[in-house]
Design a protein around this ligand. Structure first.
Ligand code: ATP
Length: 250
């Protein structure tokens, strides 16, 4: 298990001295306006918060700054189907640790299918050596269900001693698969991996050896699982569904 001395990414800061105006995207986002230095947990750091708070933008900035392709994949992927990523990475300062990960993956639910297509194209071309799809379990990611193909990457492609940046990995995963994902995260953490995960799922955010950063209109704040808006809302819903529905339909 990684610790403070050997984690791969230590902290993130904003080069605010280079920002001229906070009037437009991505600088107008509350997390950027109120940025405070972010210290990553050696095992798992969660970025949570309401839709539109800037989780994907922040995660993408971290990933690009580290050297990942904006659309995800390993450090070796450099395909692009669109070029709409923000310029935030140019304004970030990432403190890396002394040790480098042996495995890397930037998982984006949004563009996972572009990645799947790119893998097929590279494999058809044949010039890149052994088939890439074999490291994802061997079966075309397009010929599996959404959840199955996501899970194939987590179980087969992620090899440990890795840096894994995951944007909403729960998309398409059933609650049971989300729990399996937690146990896979545990295995990979025990094998020297560091995760940075943006999620809306209270199941995914339940890994104990972690830090939860909640983004809101006020900026970012460290919090406990039980105090996240997601956990509270779900709890309220399940504890008294009828009352909640009554209020919703008033
Ligand atoms: N390329 C872009 N150009 C302009 N605005 C953008 C761009 N990408 C995102 N935004 C805006 O920035 C805000 C934050 O988007 P982002 O996708 O980072 O939020 P999020 O917290 O990940 O949301 P969700 O939980 O819905 O995935 C949104 O209001 C979005 O419309």
């Amino acid at each position: 298990m990684l610790n403070k001395d050997n984690q791969y990414i230590k902290s993130l800061d904003l080069k605010s001295e280079n920002i001229n105006s906070y009037g437009s995207f991505p600088f107008h986002l509350p997390v950027i306006r109120n940025f405070t230095e972010l210290f990553f947990h050696p095992n798992v750091t969660y970025i949570v918060g309401e839709n539109g708070m800037g989780k994907s933008t922040l995660l993408e900035g971290i990933a690009i700054k580290y050297g990942f392709n904006p659309e995800g994949g390993t450090l070796n992927f450099n395909f692009s189907n669109y070029d709409s990523h923000s310029i935030l990475d140019q304004y970030l300062r990432l403190a890396k640790g002394v040790y480098k990960p042996e495995d890397h993956f930037f998982f984006r639910a949004e563009t996972y299918y572009n990645l799947a297509t790119n893998i097929e194209e590279l494999d058809e071309d044949g010039s890149s050596g052994p088939k890439i799809i074999d490291s994802y379990g061997g079966q075309s990611l397009h010929k599996q269900s959404h959840g199955e193909s996501f899970f194939a990457a987590f179980t087969n492609r992620f090899q440990g001693n890795g840096l894994y940046i995951l944007d909403e990995p729960e998309a398409a995963l059933s609650p049971l698969r989300q729990m399996s994902m937690l146990s896979r995260i545990h295995e990979l953490v025990e094998e020297g991996s560091q995760f940075i995960i943006s999620t809306h799922s209270p199941i995914i955010m339940a890994y104990p050896s972690s830090k939860i950063i909640q983004l809101s209109e006020e900026g970012m704040k460290e919090t406990n699982l039980e105090d996240t808006d997601h956990y509270r809302t779900m709890k309220q819903f399940f504890e008294d569904k009828d009352r909640l529905l009554h209020h919703l339909f008033q």
